[in-house]
Design a protein around this ligand. Structure first.
Ligand code: GDG
Length: 468
């Protein structure tokens, strides 16, 4: 069997005796990709220590091998919390004003990419395919080529690619684009991301389009295509079907009594539009006073990236907003917003999605947004709920039957909440069915298979020996 090497910033090494599917997020996607290959998953262990080894720790877990490196406190500060999450993340999400560029952070980002490439190059065998994930590792292919690696290397970008004028505000933008041309295949979430990056290549690097997404850049050929990521539909649906027996779900439903439930589930991140959504809910109660006491909004928001100052600030903002709204509108017997910052097991989420009449997924900008897909898949045909979805989430392309909204317009979101709550079953079903069918067809397996099939085509490409 051929071997696939997956590289990502964080590697989710499962506990001994467990397989990777028990974890969420990338682990689910990676498992699908590994189903037809022998696998090696390479990246950061999640540990921070002084003087980390440059030799990865090798761990065997069933069919998948893991190779992980620790980071030093400086690496973590500059590469991860700094350049990746304070420069690239905000800019990719169109938040230029929140971007903080520092030369030392950028140097740290390059250094960690180089260290990863040097360690990985020693493990690569001639027939391996390499699939790199996400914005932490934009220059990895270039570093690997510098180490003499000529294997096919693909990259998948999980977050949006902004308009060229936005990306080009980043001082390192041209250098990063040039490095990206060393990937054979660049996958993005949507066609509009593809257009943005292709324009960026053409305008900034005089890339020559060759048709079918291929481009010639500095004498190298690369291909840019969209591969919208999906979810593990079968297991999510099963979790939602069984959730009635879950204690947290049962107690939540009992607590609701006859009230209708609105649900939001997001990592605490300014791209997800949590405070803006709370304002829209506030607006909804202001213009629909008869609904006070009849509707409850549960927002589940596990904290993330607390080491980045903008996230701490957001956490304070959301706490304040929840306090204000509940204080102004609440009654001893009714709390309009139930805000929870702990992470729940996936079966609990699936059950709460099923119980919710309305799924509120209103990011200001999002590469895809898997919560929107999970909400759809968790619904039942007997009584499907309504998805209110930001038109700036990549998922909106595959879920056009949702109530699509502009998350910057709280009046529009409030009106969509009203419409969703009053929508008759016939219309709910008519909107939900095509979305559920599409999610089933375009699931995580479909995504991984498509990407790998395309990457496989680069096995036969003759490559100039890398100039070291
Ligand atoms: C990036 C892109 C793109 C959330 N709370 C809990 C929990 N979650 C799970 C959700 C969902 C996942 O986390 C979040 O998915 P998003 O799609 O919103 O993700 P990001 O983390 O921003 O990821 C995004 C994604 O990559 C994939 O390409 O869609 O656009 O930004 O699965 O269910 N899971 C559990 N407990 C929680 O409390 N177990």
């Amino acid at each position: 069997m051929a071997r696939l090497i997956i590289v990502s910033n964080r590697v989710a090494v499962p506990a001994e005796g467990k397989d990777a599917v028990s974890a969420g997020g990338l682990a689910v996607a990676v498992k699908e990709a590994f189903s037809s290959y022998e696998g090696l998953w390479f990246g950061w262990s999640g540990n921070i220590c002084d003087n980390p080894s440059t030799e990865p720790e090798l761990i065997d877990r069933g069919p998948i091998q893991y190779a992980v490196l620790d980071l030093s406190p400086q690496d973590h500060r500059e590469y991860y919390a700094g350049f990746a999450n304070r420069a690239l993340w905000p800019i990719m999400h169109y938040r230029i004003g929140l971007g903080t560029f520092s030369r030392s952070d950028y140097a740290g980002y390059q250094r960690v990419n180089q260290t990863f490439a040097q360690a990985l190059a020693k493990l690569v065998e001639p027939d391996d395919l390499i699939w790199v994930h996400d914005y932490h590792l934009l220059p990895l292919a270039s570093e690997l080529r510098g180490q003499g690696i000529a294997n096919p290397i693909g990259y998948f970008h999980h977050i949006p690619w902004p308009a060229a004028d936005v990306f080009n505000t980043l001082p390192a933008s041209s250098e990063l684009l040039r490095a990206m041309a060393d990937y054979d295949l660049i996958g993005l979430q949507t066609d509009s991301d593809v257009q943005n990056l292709s324009r960026n290549f053409i305008d900034t690097m005089r890339a020559i389009p060759l048709g079918g997404g291929s481009m010639m850049v500095d004498g190298r050929r690369t291909r840019i295509r969209s591969f919208p990521i999906g979810i593990d539909v079968a297991s999510f649906k099963e979790a939602a079907d069984k959730a009635g027996s879950n204690k947290v779900v049962r107690e939540t439903m009992a607590g609701l009594r006859t009230r209708k439930l609105l649900i939001g589930v997001d990592r605490l991140d300014y791209s997800k539009g949590v405070p803006e959504r709370m304002e829209a809910v506030d607006r909804f109660f202001a213009s629909n006073p008869d609904q006070r006491g009849n509707v409850v909004y549960i927002q589940i928001t596990p904290k993330s990236r607390s080491e980045v100052p903008e996230y701490e600030q957001l956490s304070r903002e959301v706490n304040e907003k929840v306090g204000d709204i509940n204080g102004m509108l609440g009654e001893p017997a009714w709390t309009p917003i139930q805000y929870v910052t702990k992470a729940y097991p996936r079966p609990v989420l699936a059950g709460l999605y099923r119980a919710a009449r309305v799924g509120l997924v209103t990011p200001m900008r999002d590469g895809m947004n898997l919560v929107a897909k999970e909400y759809v898949v968790a619904q039942s045909e007997e009584d499907p709920g309504v998805l209110v979805l930001s038109k700036f989430a990549g998922a909106a392309r595959q879920l056009p039957e949702a109530l699509l909204v502009n998350p910057y317009d709280r009046f529009e979101v409030a009106e969509a909440i009203r419409q969703a709550l009053y929508m008759p079953r016939g219309e709910r079903l008519e909107r939900w069915k095509p979305m559920a069918d599409r999610m089933l067809r375009e699931d995580v397996d479909w995504w991984a298979r498509n990407f790998m099939a395309e990457l496989e085509t680069f096995r036969t490409v003759e490559r100039e020996p890398p100039s070291t």
